[in-house]
Design a protein around this ligand. Structure first.
Ligand code: FPP
Length: 250
């Protein structure tokens, strides 16, 4: 049987009706994709940027409300310097090239992580696109850069402690809601679906709090080959899941 086209997959998704409100993605496998072609790792990251574009367009088309992409972890700073600089430049390039189109499509871009570590041009690009798209509401595009989930949790705990110490909050007011309000994702629904590419079955310090009840989908496809059709397949797989949130279904 020939593979279904993106449009056919989209038709099936719409027929089913249940669209995830928030999809998170661990984009993995750029290095292996490049190695398979006897090319430098940065070649894979550049190809991966095309997948980012394709998946963002797919998310808009399907009507997903939020898309969270893990683009660069805190641990990634330890990669060889040329690779780190290439990733910073790619981020800058992506923002420069896509900002207007994202804005026109109603995408609100936010970047979460320890942004003070970004190179000045990358930080400036982040600030620009964040301000430019701040009024949009069709799709929340969250780029996690220089991000680690444990650091995000510690940051939230520190903010709560500061509020308690300053008398703005009582210890009894430290609830799940109060905690969630101090995460980067404050005000957003938790991801319904987490996609990880390249076959690895790990969370890798990504959105540990927010993923508590998220459906996991591991694709064997390397990120540069993960395009709109593969994204739609993941959503179809999600639609076939039975989500119970710890309860039973009758
Ligand atoms: C994982 O592959 C991917 C990354 C560390 C970087 C992801 C970056 C992009 C997709 C491009 C730019 C992103 C944006 C948002 C513009 P890996 O290098 O760990 O691959 P490997 O596991 O095969 O070595």
């Amino acid at each position: 049987m020939p593979e279904a086209t993106s449009d056919e997959l989209l038709g099936r998704i719409r027929l089913h009706g249940r669209i995830p409100r928030h999809v998170a993605v661990i984009m993995d496998g750029n290095g292996r994709w490049a190695r398979d072609r006897i090319m430098p790792r940065t070649f894979g990251h550049r190809a991966g940027m095309q997948s980012v574009r394709d998946v963002v367009e797919g998310a808009i088309e399907v009507g997903v409300g939020a898309l969270s992409l893990f683009a660069f972890s805190k641990e990634n700073w330890q990669r060889p310097k040329p690779e780190v600089s290439a990733l910073m430049s790619l981020l800058e390039e992506y923002i420069q090239r896509e900002a207007d189109a994202l804005d026109e499509n109603g995408v609100r871009v936010r970047v979460f992580g320890e942004l003070e570590r970004l190179t000045p041009p990358a930080a400036a690009a982040v600030e620009r696109v964040t301000a430019q798209t701040a009024g949009n509401a069709r799709l929340d595009l969250n780029l996690f850069i220089s991000y680690g989930s444990r650091a995000e949790l510690v940051r939230a705990a520190r903010r709560l402690a500061e509020d308690v110490a300053a008398g703005r909050l009582r210890p009894g007011d430290v609830t799940e809601e109060a905690f969630a309000e101090r995460l980067y994702t404050a005000g957003m629904p938790d991801p319904d679906l987490l996609i990880r590419t390249s076959g690895e079955q790990r969370i890798s310090n990504f959105m540990l709090w927010q993923l508590a009840y998220t459906e996991l989908y591991v694709s064997p496809v390397l990120w540069p080959d993960f395009r709109r059709a593969q994204f739609y397949e993941a959503i179809l797989a999600f639609q076939a899941r039975d989500r119970r949130f710890g309860k039973v279904t009758v």
